[in-house]
Design a binder for this molecule. Sequence first.
Ligand SMILES: Cc1cc2nc3c(=O)[nH]c(=O)nc-3n(C[C@H](O)[C@H](O)[C@H](O)COP(=O)(O)O)c2cc1C
Length: 153
Amino acid sequence: MKILAISGSLRQGSHNTELLLAAAAGAPAGVEIELYGGLKEIPPYDADDDVPADQPTAVEQFKAALREADAVLIATPEYNSSIPGVLKNALDWASRPLADCPLRNKPAAVLSSSTGMFGGVWAAAETRKVLGALGARTLENTVSVSKADQRLA
Ligand SMILES: Cc1cc2nc3c(=O)[nH]c(=O)nc-3n(C[C@H](O)[C@H](O)[C@H](O)COP(=O)(O)O)c2cc1C
């Protein structure tokens, strides 16, 4: 089973990326968790650039990676009580056209972490909401790691 891991944080040393790498390291036999590294290359969503069969390369690559995965695991920080723009932007690209969305019926799970007291619970909830809009089969349970700078250091 192949799980595509997507971090909502681009920075080196991200606690959320760290969570995904820990999940990959602890994956049971037969489960491969692969970290997606191309989120930064995805351009801002522009409907004028959203042309079927002529999408930006980074978008095509992201959609192909989603399509090839059996499931998706997202770990996200919380930015201003919501989803980081870079993650939402990637999901917006993936959502069009909705009928062909590679996340449709795809099993998905969401983790979050932040340096605050609540571990990004709102970002996790909003990410689940967006995945639901895209038709993913998203686990109800999330794991949110608070005070990530102390607990994941
Ligand atoms: C623009 C911005 C907004 C943030 N807003 C929140 C917030 O609303 N709630 C929260 O708990 N943490 C917030 N944080 C703190 C991040 O969640 C924290 O830095 C987290 O560790 C970032 O994730 P990363 O380590 O994966 O990069 C914010 C950080 C940034 C840069």
